[in-house]
Structures are given as C-alpha cells and as structure tokens.
Write a protein that binds this ligand. Structure first.
Ligand code: FES
Length: 565
C-alpha cells in the first residue's frame, strides 16, 4: 500500500505521530492496532445507534461495513456511536422536547470525537430524524473529508391488503377517540405498521433528510432510498468507507460540496417531493454551519418555481420503499436535472459533479404513479412547502400545503399554552369545525425544544376535522403530519411574538396561495397587547433543556445554538 500523503494524515499525526506520542499509541495498541495501522489515515466512522427504536438498529453493522471499505483503501477506521432520540417513541410526551436538542448533541458528539482523537476523515451512518442533520451539521462545521450514509427506511406495513405506515397508527388514535375505530382495529394497526428495522416509511423527516444528503452531494448516488434491510445498504456502506479515503486523497472537503447552489438543489428536491417541514430548519442549520447564507426566503422563492412531481406520503400515496422500487432518489434528481431545475455542475462526494454522477447511473425506471414523468402534469403546480408571513408571523411560519386539502382558512382562535391541553380538547370533542387551534410556548426557547405535534394533528385528522380545522404553533410537526397545520411561527410566543397575545375567539386568517398568516386584530391593538405581555417563568431552570433554551436561535434561522460570548 502506498504511503499516505502527509497532508491527509495531518490531524492524526498530531495525536499519534512521533516519540512524544508514545502514550497515545499505547492506548491504541491495547486494542490490537499496529504501528502500520497508526501510520495510515484514521477515519472516524460514526453510527447513530440505539435500541430505543427500529430506525437505527442496524447502523453499527453498517459502520463495520464502512470500516472494511476504509481498510480496503489503506486507511484505519475507528467506530463510535452517537446518541439519538427516536421521535416516534418520544412523540406526544415531555420526552419530545429532547428531539431537536438531540440534533445539536449529535453534531457536538461528532465534533468532540473527531477532534479529541485526531481523526482525519469521517463516515456518518444515520437513520432517525435528527441524526442526518446532526451529522451534516458537524461535517459542515469541521470541514474535514466526510461522507454520509443514510441507514434507510422500514418496509411498508400491510393490513387487510392495504399498505400502511405509522401515520395510520397515529391517525387511528383520533379515529378511536372519535368512536370511528374500535380497539381491535387500532391494535391491528399497531401490530402491522412497522414490519422491519428502518425509519418511518413515508416521505417523513428521516427519509426526506436521507434524500437531502444525497441531493446535497454528501452521500453516494443511489445510496439513500434502498430500505434498511436491503443488502444494497451493506454495499453502499463499504463504498462509503472507500469514498472517504478517496476524498482524503483528493483533498475534497465538505465546504467544497456544500455550496449555495448545493443548498438550492436540496431545497428544490424538498419542494418537488413535498418532504417534511422539519427539513426547512435542518437545511438552514446545516447552511449556517457551512457558512452559506441560505435564508427562509430562499425556500419560498424556490417553492414558487418548482412543481411537486412526487406522489409521496403524507400528502400523497407512496412510501420510500415504493420510490426505491421505481428508481429511488436518482429518479427524482434526474427528472429535476432534465427539467433544468438542478445545478448539474456542483461537486459531490464521488469527486464528480452531480450531472456526471447522473449520467453514469443506470436507472431502471418503470411506468409508475410515484414520480410524474417529464412533460406530464405534476401533482401540484408549486412546491410542497410554503413560507407564510403576516401579522401573526412577521419572521415566517411554515406549512406543507401539499399535505392539506384546503388552501385557505379563517376561523376563531382556540388558544392552548401546551400540546397536552390541545390534545385533551381535541380528544374530548372540544374542537369544532372552523376553529383555529393555537398551541404556543412550544417554540425553540419556550418549549423548549420545539416539540412535534403529531399526536394532536393526527387526532384532528382522525376525528375527521382535517378539512375544517386549522392548527398554528411555534412548535414543529412530524413529517407525517397532514392537514392545515402551520408550524415554526416566528417570533415564538416565549420571546413576545404576536402568537403570545392571541386571545380566545380572535379571528385568524391563513391564505396559502398568498403566503399570508394574519391575526385579524387591528395593529394598534396587537401592539398594545404585546406591550402589556409578561414572559412566563421558564419551564426548566437547570439541566439540558434550560441550557438549550438559553442558547437556541429562532426557527427561521435554523434553531441553531449560538454561544453566549
Ligand atoms: Fe425514527 Fe420515524 S421514529 S424515523
């Protein structure tokens, strides 16, 4: 094996090279590493792993496959894990406050491990919702040669011949409390919705972020859409390990790949597929780490020019497994590239451009109703996500218009200061047609942690109110949420945004085509209410959530942590 380029080993040489580092090497030798192993570039392989849920159960195995790939190219790999939160398990509880927090913990864990041990490069194996953005944030922050492999989706669930996902279980609760489903059927849904290891099946947050890694150019082409249990994942893990060594040799760093154009590509794919609203804050956060000036307005600009060409759950019919069966993420990218909607000249982890990657991929495409072909009518004329602004959200709010059957709504506010209170009202029949459910003090600082509201939104849909009730919050939504649900309202209530002064019965107007979210109260009256508003006491005065609340930025800036310098 050729001796590694000095530059490629600069970081690990600092920790393991020369006589003064004999103690450092002694620790490595205790694990069976030789002088020859330590003379090679050292790649950290980070697997977001936990038995807390099925999403990341297999990432350690994929990490070992990635290690083999590194070794086959003359490197030495060290495997480590990061913690994670399984959103579907934490959903609807206080535990969900840790979900967005976990994104920062994952990013910080990767930074800590790579920097503390002098690793030269990185392979990140991801899965559940916050793991892909967390790893991409660390990659953008550290800017050492790196690659991501998304662990992949679960297979579709099946009940009575119908394909189902966990979305059906959450919505089943609403149907159950509304006496539209019996306990036996709810149990059958629970038993059948998630049949294998892997992430939630629709184009919810995890699968959307997996797609984003590929479109951004940080994952191997075609690696994201195969399900977790597909043997191809093992191949992609090995190839990702090999690619990390090639990146090291060629000196390609993440910020060479994570350019403004790459983010425009990612936003385009997000809009074209009706992916998760959470991805808005994640892309903003990754861009912020990369030093790229992506703003919330970029999402709206791109949404207006990109049609929605994919028919994916929760707004549409299909799952990631279905998409994979007809060509996967490359099919979406090819379709967008052929329509002139992607920048083809951007660099990727293969060392080639996106366009070069696409032209060397052999796509087995079949006639399907998952992705509309070029020249055929798209599923929606505009992108799947709309950024709303107005007197209730001067700095922005987010709605997945593609997942709502109504585009406009005006109705009286029903105000709740927590998710639990709102859920109880929905479950007990306290919400009526035309209401606008307002859930506040659930933002990044006030929640803290911006909980996802899938339990409430699914209960609204399950109670058959999805077309007649809207919901507005400074919290977030699950990627599986559908209906007229507006989240990420900024500024949040806890910092004195207009959401804090909405009163029971105030009229609220949501107009998706005009991108408006207005509190129909005179401006003077809103200003007077804000003047006399008093911030509630913080919900946490010590521990992680209190630390997070004191450092986190607003949702329209990615809810990233800003050091108090
Ligand atoms: Fe992990 Fe849905 S709970 S992807």
């Amino acid at each position: 094996m050729a001796a590694p380029a000095k530059k490629a080993k600069a970081r690990s040489e600092d920790v393991y090279g020369g006589p003064m580092k004999a103690p450092n090497r002694a620790y490595m030798k205790a694990m069976g590493l030789s002088d020859s192993d330590l003379s090679r570039p050292i790649i950290g392989v980070g697997a977001a792993w936990s038995e807390a849920g099925p999403c990341n159960l297999h990432t350690l195995m994929l990490g070992r496959n990635a290690k083999s790939g590194v070794a086959s190219k003359g490197g030495t790999a060290r495997l480590f894990t990061t913690p994670l939160v399984i959103d579907g398990v934490a959903m609807g509880s206080e535990g969900m406050k840790y979900s967005l927090v976990s994104r920062e913990i994952i990013a910080n864990t990767v930074e800590m491990t790579l920097n503390a041990h002098g690793y030269d490069g990185f392979v990140g194996i991801t899965g559940c919702d916050k793991t892909t953005p967390g790893m991409l944030m660390a990659i953008a922050r550290l800017n050492i040669p790196s690659i991501v492999l998304y662990g992949g989706t679960t297979l579709n669930g099946s009940l009575l011949g119908k394909s189902i996902t966990m979305q059906d279980v959450f919505e089943g609760i609403g149907a159950y409390v509304g006496n539209r489903m019996d306990a036996k059927r709810l149990k059958e849904l629970e038993d059948s919705a998630i049949p294998t290891t892997g992430t939630c099946a629709g184009l919810y947050t995890a699968n959307t972020m997996g797609m984003m890694a590929e479109v951004l150019g940080m994952a191997l082409p075609g690696s994201s859409s195969p399900p977790a249990v597909d043997g191809l994942k093992i191949k992609y893990a090995e190839e990702s390990g090999k690619a990390s060594m090639q990146l090291l040799e060629s000196g390609i760093r993440p910020r060479d790949i994570l350019t403004y154009e790459a983010f425009e590509n990612a936003i385009t794919a997000l809009m074209a597929t009706g992916g998760s609203t959470n991805v808005v804050i994640h892309l903003l956060a990754i861009a912020s780490e990369a030093g790229v000036n992506v703003t919330i307005d970029d999402f709206e600009r791109i949404s207006r020019k990109v049609p929605e060409i994919a028919n994916m759950k929760p707004g549409g019919k299909h799952t990631m497994e279905d998409l994979n069966n007809v060509g996967g993420v490359p099919l979406i990218m090819k379709r967008l590239l052929d329509s002139g909607l992607l920048h083809g000249s951007v660099l990727t982890v293969t060392g080639r451009t996106l366009k070069q990657n696409m032209s060397s991929l052999h796509l087995n495409t079949y006639p399907n109703d998952v992705v509309s072909p070029k020249g055929k009518k798209p599923y929606h004329a505009h992108g799947g996500i709309t950024i709303l602004k107005g007197s209730l959200a001067p700095e922005g709010a987010v709605i997945k218009g593609a997942a709502s059957e109504i585009a406009r709504h005006a109705g009286p506010a029903r105000v709740f200061d927590s998710e639990e209170d709102a859920f109880d009202a929905v479950a007990n029949g306290g919400i009526r047609k035309n209401d606008v459910v307002v859930i506040r003090y659930e933002g990044p600082r006030g929640g803290p942690g911006m909980r996802e509201m899938l339990a409430v939104t699914a209960a609204i849909v399950g109670r058959d109110l999805g077309k007649s009730v809207a919901l507005i919050t400074d919290g977030r939504f699950s990627g599986a949420t559908r209906g007229m649900m507006v989240g990420h309202v900024t500024p949040e209530a806890y910092v004195g945004g207009p959401l804090a002064v909405v009163k029971e019965g105030d009229m609220i107007e949501i107009d998706v085509p005009r991108c408006r979210l207005n509190l129909l109260v005179p401006d003077k009256e809103i200003a007077a209410r804000i003047k006399s508003w008093k911030r509630p006491r913080p919900k946490h005065s010590s521990g992680l959530l209190a630390q997070y609340s004191s450092l986190v930025s607003d949702a329209s800036h990615g809810a990233v942590l800003r050091p108090a310098l």
